[in-house]
Design a binder for this molecule. Structure first.
Ligand SMILES: *Cc1c(COP(=O)(O)O)cnc(C)c1O
Length: 429
């Protein structure tokens, strides 16, 4: 039987580099043919061959209410009928900005953009413009979108400035980025002792979700906050993934730490292209037209995306929403851990709100180096076995997973039953 997925992938590779519009979708790290999705509803998606899957990717985080949640779809339809874009202010974007200022700690003013990458790129420029400094600090394994300053890996020495992690990024640009180890407080303190007064900002995922999931050490986040305050640097929490995902006030709410600038994306657009960056009023007022930091966008505050965002943020404000989501996610990770243990597979898992990490190693990793010790071959085998069972996990051992509101008992139990068979296969190999 010929597979429509295979045909589509062949056609795609002719006209799109690698057949995909974002690299991880190509299944390179797990092997095989990516699934082309035709539709989604609730916790499930259907591929081009008509096979259904319980989805734990959720478009990489935005779909906290599941696929095609009717109130969000209706809000989008109603907004679209009134005009797709104006390039002028609208009442709805003010309403969304007010909501973000109310719900995200430390955000006094906010600007809307069209992606997470735009949000972080603009936040970095803002921090540099506000402080008059060029150097920035990021952490190995954290991902902040694909702007030049952020596609940087550690330099040759511990505290030397970075090298490009992508071709096309000028070495001169990367040389302004200091890449340190996540969760390594001593290293961060040493860097600030040496360079502190020339550092514009720290940008950090307060729960790291782009090297699988790495939970922060409390002391590490506290040090980020204290060092920025002491040295006049801007603390940027990149909450593009964690915002409205790990809790109603994001990672800031979870840890009781307030950043100076916060970047948002994913959930705030409910599946439409929408990002935002916001923070302290004195910092935000450095942006044009008030200040000298230039930032703009033809489709910024797009009314259709804003409508999806408002409908999503409205729905997740329901009492108990995050308690329920957190309970479901933990039910999944506890169940997977038990299933692996029963099969004798070295495995661990953890949940933070509606985000989770699966690790083919005995304990959850606390650093990028520990993430790299996970058994990738075991993950890849498990991934394909689960895919065959109708469970769609992220197609890489180094991505976090997401549970959405419509993942109920039925979906979680079906996933765990599939996982028991798949873990057993791993040990019988
Ligand atoms: C997804 C993500 C981004 C990039 O957002 P895009 O919308 O893909 O540009 C930035 N930072 C973090 C933490 C992310 O998870």
């Amino acid at each position: 039987m010929t597979s429509l997925n295979d045909t589509l992938f062949t056609n795609a590779q002719r006209v799109i580099p690698g057949g995909v519009n974002s690299p991880v979708r190509a299944f390179r790290s797990v092997g095989g043919t990516p699934r082309f999705f035709e539709r989604g509803s609730g916790a499930r998606v259907w591929d081009a061959d008509g096979k259904s899957y319980i989805d734990y990717v959720g478009s990489w985080g935005p779909l906290i209410l599941g696929h095609a949640y009717p109130p969000v779809v209706e809000a989008v339809q109603a907004a679209a009928a009134k005009g797709l874009s104006f390039g002028a202010p609208t009442a709805a974007e003010v309403e969304l900005a007010e909501l973000l200022c109310q719900r995200v700690p430390g955000v006094e003013q906010v600007r809307l953009v069209s992606s997470g990458t735009e949000a972080t790129m603009s936040a970095i420029r803002l921090a540099r413009g506000f402080t008059g400094r060029s150097k920035i600090v990021k952490f190995e394994g954290c991902y902040h979108g694909h702007a030049d300053s952020l596609l940087v890996k550690a330099g040759s020495g511990a505290l030397t400035f970075g090298n490009p992690s992508s071709a096309g990024v000028p070495a001169e640009t990367a040389a302004h980025t200091l890449v340190l180890d996540y969760n390594n407080t001593a290293m961060l303190e040493a860097a600030f002792a040496k360079e502190g007064d020339s550092i514009a900002c720290i940008i950090v995922e307060a729960v790291a979700g782009n090297m699988n999931l790495v939970a922060p050490r409390r002391a590490f986040l506290d040090a980020c906050r204290a060092l920025c305050s002491r040295h006049g640097s801007v603390l940027i929490f990149d909450e593009v993934m964690t915002g409205f995902r790990v809790g109603p006030a994001g990672a800031q709410g979870l840890f009781g730490i307030t950043a100076d600038v916060v970047t948002l994306g994913k959930v705030i657009g409910g599946g439409m292209p929408l990002g935002a960056f916001g923070g302290r009023r004195d910092i935000m007022q450095s942006i044009a037209p008030l200040g000298p930091v230039y930032q703009a966008g033809t489709l910024s505050g797009n009314p259709v995306a804003v409508a999806a965002g408002l409908a999503t943020l409205g729905a997740i404000a329901a009492p108990g929403f995050f308690e329920q989501l957190g309970t479901r996610t933990k039910q999944l990770t506890d169940g997977l851990t038990a299933a692996a243990q029963a099969a004798g597979v070295a495995f661990s898992a953890q949940a933070v709100g509606g985000m989770f990490g699966l690790y083919f190693r005995a304990t959850p990793p606390q650093s990028y180096a520990e993430v790299m010790t996970c058994d990738v071959a075991a993950f890849n085998h498990f991934f394909h076995a689960m895919l065959n069972e109708g469970v769609y996990l992220a197609p890489s051992a180094f991505e976090a997973g997401f549970v959405s509101a419509p993942h109920g008992d039925e979906e979680i139990n079906a996933t765990l039953a599939a996982a028991r068979r798949c873990f057993d296969q791993l040990t019988q190999k």
